[in-house]
Write a protein of this length. Structure first.
Length: 208
């Protein structure tokens, strides 16, 4: 068990199992497709471990500084099947102030996290509004191009497994970010963030 406070922490399970236990009385095993969320607030203790002896656990773990201090600690989990993400952006995390998103985990920050599993030659487009930031991380480990990202006429880049891209816009000019599958199946996450408090993001942890 170890302590945390004043951060909101969520884990996106890619494969394997994450065994969780905390001082709020929560105890569960999270598996592929699960997203586990903790608002540490005024302080919690928890433990997370791989309970399997023969398999690795692969997850993305993201830490975000909330826009309020001294929150009451809370915990939530939600499952998002592959079919929810297939060739589209599935909303995983959204701001507690965003009442339009009803099936997502709520966070105390101007941040939305999407996940997608993009098949070959399929495309999705995400509109990044003026003054916002966008971070994209390719989940799998692959050297070959996984997706092609285009953000304007003649402006494109091939992105490989494990790559992270950070996109910013000016206060007056938006960006339409088009993502096209170049591999058989590519899983990625996308964060759309405001320009408020800094977002401390730590991703792609592997628990052995």
């Amino acid at each position: 068990m170890h302590a945390h406070s004043e951060f909101e922490i969520f884990s996106y399970i890619v494969s394997g199992e994450l065994h969780h236990e905390d001082s709020m009385g929560n105890k569960e095993v999270c598996k592929k497709g699960d997203v586990q969320f903790t608002s540490a607030g005024t302080g919690i203790k928890h433990s997370e471990r791989n309970g399997q002896k023969s398999k690795n656990t692969h997850l993305l773990q993201i830490w975000v500084e909330p826009n309020q201090s001294k929150l009451v600690p809370s915990y939530a989990t939600m499952n998002f099947a592959d079919s929810d993400k297939k060739n589209k952006l599935c909303t995983i995390i959204s701001s507690i102030d965003n009442e339009d998103e009803t099936r997502s985990i709520k966070i105390h920050q101007d941040l939305t996290m999407f996940a997608s599993i993009l098949e070959l030659n399929n495309s999705i487009t995400h509109h990044v509004a003026p003054g916002r930031k966008c971070l994209i991380q390719i989940v799998q480990k692959a050297d070959d191009p996984c997706v092609c990202m285009s953000y304007g006429p003649g402006e494109e880049i091939d992105v490989k497994g494990g790559d992270v891209l950070f996109v910013t816009t000016t206060k007056t000019k938006p960006v339409d970010l088009k993502i096209t599958g170049k591999g058989k199946k590519t899983e990625f996450v996308l964060f759309d963030m405001g320009d408020g408090k800094p977002h401390n993001i730590s991703t792609n942890r592997i628990y052995l």
